[in-house]
Design a protein around this ligand. Structure first.
Ligand code: PDD
Length: 299
């Protein structure tokens, strides 16, 4: 059992894995990535992650040169070489190696660099969060659009550091319009007047795959859900809050700006939803993701 990487088709132990200093991902964060998690050896929602990788590439005007089956096979080989289950899988595509430390994309003369990283998935499903609304704003969509999952995460790095300095475990960033966006690596849901509200995509957020699943799932549990902009004050007045991400599924928010919510336990509706959502993911894996993945590997 080892943390393994696949760099441009070559398997290598993570401890030995390196990229050249002229790689544009290293120099400029000129890269895109996805984080996928496996359950029983199958990546959850692979099709959605693959589609989002493509959308991120478009957002960065990066031409991807590998097809889905090739990448899936590399992921599978890396998982098998690691001997780990369940896995955390990170797929990083950089704009490749330039011939000089020059930001001009014209100097990126090689093909994209594809890195797959596989490590054990440390269970985080339902992991609680203490949130802090931070001063740092989320990147404006007209600047570095948060919808593209680029490797340039400095905005989130600094937002998270600010939250941690305030004693929280994660940040909430607002946008230039003063409405709430998301946490450092998760989307956010708030129960406001009996409806689960999550910021719309045009607030400037990543289109989370878990978020999209929850938009479908919540009504099946009799919950009302709406994509709508809300302010930090509305967030503070919400009855319950949770984060959503591939790693966390639904993460109850137990504190906001240092104030305990529900006695520091997270809300009762959130907890009930988590259990049902995890069941839904298992069913999805059995009925959809598993068969699709196996078909892809033999295509
Ligand atoms: N992060 N928002 C941001 C900024 C994210 O980086 C992520 C994912 C999400 C949730 O998206 P999804 O439900 O598709 O995982 C929202 C991953 C887990 C990461 O960077 O580790």
């Amino acid at each position: 059992m080892a943390n393994m990487c696949n760099i441009d088709g070559r398997l290598v132990a993570e401890s030995e894995a390196t990229v050249p200093v002229l790689d544009r991902g290293f120099l400029f964060g000129d890269s895109i990535y996805e984080v996928v998690r496996t359950i029983d050896g199958v990546p959850l929602a692979w099709a959605e992650h693959w589609a989002r990788l493509g959308a991120s590439a478009d957002g960065l005007r990066m031409a991807l040169d590998l097809d889905e089956a090739t990448v899936a096979q590399r992921v599978q080989q890396t998982i098998e070489a690691s001997g780990v289950d369940p896995c955390y899988v990170r797929i990083v595509v950089t704009r490749g190696t330039g011939d000089a430390p020059n930001i001009d994309v014209a100097t990126a003369n090689g093909s994209p660099r594809w890195v797959v990283m596989v490590r054990p998935y440390e269970p985080q499903s339902g992991k609680p969060a203490r949130l802090q609304v931070v001063e740092r704003l989320r990147n404006d969509r007209r600047a570095l659009d948060p919808a593209a999952k680029s490797g340039n995460y400095l905005n989130s790095v600094l937002g998270l550091a600010e939250a941690k300095a305030a004693g929280a475990t994660d940040c909430v960033m607002v946008n230039t319009d003063g409405t709430v966006t998301e946490a450092s690596t998760s989307n956010l849901f708030a129960l406001i007047d009996g409806t689960w509200c999550t910021p719309p995509l045009d607030a400037g957020i990543l289109a989370g795959i878990t978020r999209a699943m929850l938009l479908d799932f919540l009504p099946t549990c009799g919950e009302r859900v709406e994509e709508r902009a809300f302010t930090a004050d509305e967030l503070r007045a919400a009855d319950e809050l949770f984060l959503s991400s591939t790693l966390r599924d639904i993460g109850p928010v137990t504190h906001l700006d240092g104030r305990a919510l529900h006695g520091g336990e997270g809300g009762p509706r959130t907890k009930a939803l988590l259990e049902r959502f995890v069941d839904r993911l298992q069913a999805r894996l059995r009925d959809r993701d598993g068969p699709q993945w196996r078909r892809l590997l033999v295509s």
